[in-house]
Design a protein around this ligand. Structure first.
Ligand SMILES: Cc1cc2nc3c(=O)[nH]c(=O)nc-3n(C[C@H](O)[C@H](O)[C@H](O)COP(=O)(O)OP(=O)(O)OC[C@H]3O[C@@H](n4cnc5c(N)ncnc54)[C@H](O)[C@@H]3O)c2cc1C
Length: 701
């Protein structure tokens, strides 16, 4: 998050919201929504997003409405055509990205908010793929040129039918043939079929294929990636030796063509080996280029990009869902103490269900900007041959992005579902957009690493540091400082809660205690399990997940998120009225998340006996009080996060608040709303022949 001076020029580029029923709450807000928007995302990003959205709205190809129903084939065709148009318009060039790297996630968010299939297809086949090609292949220049000029499309093929999370055990083979200076790709079994590769189903001409590298002496050197030409760009047909198919209908993201693939003695040139970590000589000798530990740290860091971006995608979905739910709640009325019905946002349960997610939208947004800055710093360092800290930086980014992707993905999933229910029956309309958000978001919890498996990456990292501290007195210290407090774990574990539930600092101390306590408890349990299983770390770790290592990774993430938000709120330049609201959201988020760990705080005696009786009550009463205080700010808070109506595309959440007019519009425009079905004679003419006796039934059988 950048705190920048807000100019009237930038403020003017954001249109005022149209007048309507939402004005009731908009007028009650204590801050200016435009200034808050620029505070949380910076002027450049705000201006850029506004420009992209205005352009899309004017483009006929991007016309859509909330009641639209497309077949899979229509969706694919449109996604492809829109992707082409995006390339023609070219909102930013590489220099812009270098000047302001925040424009990269801004671009993904801006297009993703319009349609996730479109941006996922675009990024997978272009940016993500080009980054891979540029850093790794010998003939990368031509390929990058082809990709940029729409002569080639890339995809990444890792997952196989029988192996996803456990990539080490992938079965596809790439065997070097010294006679022809080629690798021979094979799919040794049905289970080794490559599956799920995005863009492969109907479009990709190239794939980064992960396979086990074999040298001519039949020795396996483990998993390596290869740049493979899979389809003829002139005919779009797979080359001989490759079978490609489309994965078919999915729960969501149906504009994206996921595919499956088989290799049968398919030959690729030696130069196809993506050789930044290892190479092969012409006589077939395997030559590693970096040591195993260098490879691990740097590779882990680079591979974090996907998770960093998915974290942002999840936060974007969370934000869109909460915009819809809050706007609807501020206009929908039910019951009331007198003749006038209350807007449902006035109800305590509605506030309690939704406002923690409003707070999460801000707190996580800040986390993303801050993590992204760390990633950019790491990325720049990783291309600097002199600076030697890459491994540690990469490992920390890997740990942070793993838990961030998991927890943000789940929070967004829950926010979307809560928002759907908070909007009652109308929330269930396709035209409300919540169903599409739910279905498209769902995959974020699985691809680029299943969430539960990712949390293990974070807990492994933390446990390793903790072990080194205990066994070798090694200082716990990391390049981005996320773990430094663990170094003081012995003192932290002697502390008690100071009882101040209104102070974010006190809650950060409590969180640090939870992390240290879970580390200690997990370490104790691991030692017992290691003894039980004769030092078998795999089994020991497996039995130490639920309530221990998994909770550790989640608490570590939440602690880091709150620390970063606290730092942000302490910035001098934030105007006081905005700081007050931001502090309330930080506190609400912290209390809402820490409530789930109260048992730990009791069990560990962190909450002293004298205060233990009312601690739970204090936490809960403060949550309710904060929800109530944020009620009059909520509409303005979601206005800050909201894209224009054309992008949000929800008939229950237009910025003018005229929900019933827009819902009726959606009802009356849906396909066949007023049409008699062409099967109506099934009722009017063809009556059911009801079988009345046993003999008639038997005769039928
Ligand atoms: C829409 C979509 C797009 C995708 N795009 C691509 C792509 O472009 N390229 C590509 O290669 N792949 C892609 N994938 C595949 C994706 O990366 C994998 O599905 C993902 O990595 C999970 O692997 P899996 O499906 O094999 O799950 P599994 O590994 O079989 O996991 C199944 C369950 O087992 C649990 N589990 C597994 N191991 C453990 C363990 N050690 N401890 C505890 N629990 C465990 C997991 O938590 C999970 O709940 C895509 C998937 C989807 C849905």
């Amino acid at each position: 998050m950048a705190v920048e001076e807000i100019t009237s020029d930038t403020s003017n580029m954001l249109s005022e919201w149209p007048p309507g029923p939402l004005d009731l709450y908009r007028k009650k807000a204590s801050f200016d929504w435009k200034k808050m928007r620029m505070l949380i995302e910076g002027e450049d990003v705000t201006a850029f997003k506004a420009k992209v959205w205005r352009t899309l709205e004017r483009e006929p190809l991007f016309f859509h409405n909330s009641w639209e129903e497309l077949t899979r084939s229509e969706e694919r065709r449109l996604t492809f055509a829109r992707m082409k148009r995006l390339l023609e318009i070219k909102f930013v060039n590489e220099e812009d990205y270098l000047t302001n790297p925040y424009l990269i996630p801004a671009f993904v968010q801006t297009i993703g908010a319009y349609n996730w299939s479109l941006i996922v297809k675009r990024v997978l086949s272009q940016e993500y793929f080009v980054t891979n090609a540029m850093t790794n292949t010998s003939d990368s220049e031509n390929l990058v040129d082809d990709i940029k000029n729409f002569r080639a499309f890339g995809c990444i093929s890792i997952t196989e039918m029988a192996h996803g999370s456990n990539t080490k055990d992938l079965k596809t083979t790439a065997t070097f043939d010294a006679k022809t200076q080629e690798f021979v790709l094979n799919t040794p079994s049905l289970e080794a079929t490559k599956v799920w590769s995005g863009v492969l189903g109907q479009t990709a001409t190239h794939a980064v294929v992960f396979a086990q590298l074999y040298t001519p002496d039949n020795k396996c050197h483990g998993l390596h990636s290869f740049m493979v030409k899979v389809r003829d760009p002139k005919t779009q047909k797979p080359f001989a030796g490759i079978t490609i198919g489309d994965m078919g209908p999915k729960i969501g993201l149906n504009g994206l063509d996921n595919g499956f693939m088989h290799f049968n003695n398919y030959r690729i040139p030696k130069g196809s080996l993506m050789n930044s970590h290892a190479d092969i000589t012409s006589d077939g000798k395997y030559v590693p280029r970096v040591t195993a530990s260098e490879k691990t740290g740097a590779t882990l860091g680079i591979l974090s990009a996907g998770r960093v971006f998915i974290t942002h995608m999840s936060i974007t979905n969370l934000q869109m869902a909460i915009v819809i739910a809050v706007r609807y709640s501020a206009t929908r009325r039910q019951f009331g103490p007198s003749t006038e019905e209350w807007p449902i946002i006035e109800y305590q349960t509605q506030q309690w269900r939704l406002f923690p997610y409003v707070a999460a939208s801000y707190v996580l947004n800040n986390f993303f900007f801050s993590l992204y800055q760390d990633y950019v710093d790491f990325f720049v360092t990783s291309f600097n041959p002199v600076y030697g800290n890459k491994g540690e930086m990469g490992a920390e980014i890997h740990s942070l992005s793993s838990c961030a992707k998991a927890v943000c993905g789940w929070m967004a999933r829950d926010a979307i579902q809560e928002s759907r229910e908070a909007c009652g029956g109308h929330g269930y309309l396709k035209a409300a957009r919540l169903g599409e958000l739910r279905n498209d978001h769902d995959a974020n919890n699985t691809y680029e690493g299943d969430n539960n498996v990712l949390l293990q990456q974070t807990s492994n990292y933390l446990m390793k540091l903790f072990k080194e501290k205990i066994d070798n007195q090694k200082t716990v210290n990391s390049p981005f400082s996320s773990v430094n407090y663990i170094d003081d774990y012995e003192n932290i574990l002697k502390t008690k809660f100071d009882g101040d539930v209104h102070n974010l600092n006190s809650l950060i101390k409590a969180y640090r205690f939870i992390v240290c306590w879970l580390l200690k408890q997990s370490d104790t349990k691991m030692n017992v399990l290691l003894k039980k299983y004769n030092g078998d770390i795999f089994r020991a770790r497996n039995e130490c997940q639920a309530y221990y290592l998994r909770s550790l990774a989640i608490a570590f993430f939440e602690c880091n998120v709150i620390e970063r938000f606290h730092t942000f709120c302490s910035e001098q330049s934030i105007p006081e009225n905005m700081r007050t609201v931001l502090n309330k959201m930080g506190l609400l988020f912290a209390l809402w998340t820490i409530e789930k760990h109260l048992l730990i705080l009791y069990e560990s005696n962190y909450i002293a006996v004298e205060v233990s009786n009312n601690m739970t009550t204090s936490v809960r009463e403060t949550i309710l009080s904060l929800c109530s205080q944020l009620k009059d700010e909520a509409v303005a808070l979601v206005d800050v996060l909201s894209p224009p109506d054309f992008i949000l595309n929800s008939c229950i959440a237009h910025s003018d608040g005229r929900i019933y007019e827009h819902i009726f519009d959606a009802l009356s425009h849906n396909k066949g709303a007023f049409q008699q079905p062409d099967w109506f004679t099934e009722f009017t003419e063809k009556k059911p022949q009801i079988l009345t006796s046993d003999s008639q039934l038997k005769a039928k059988l």
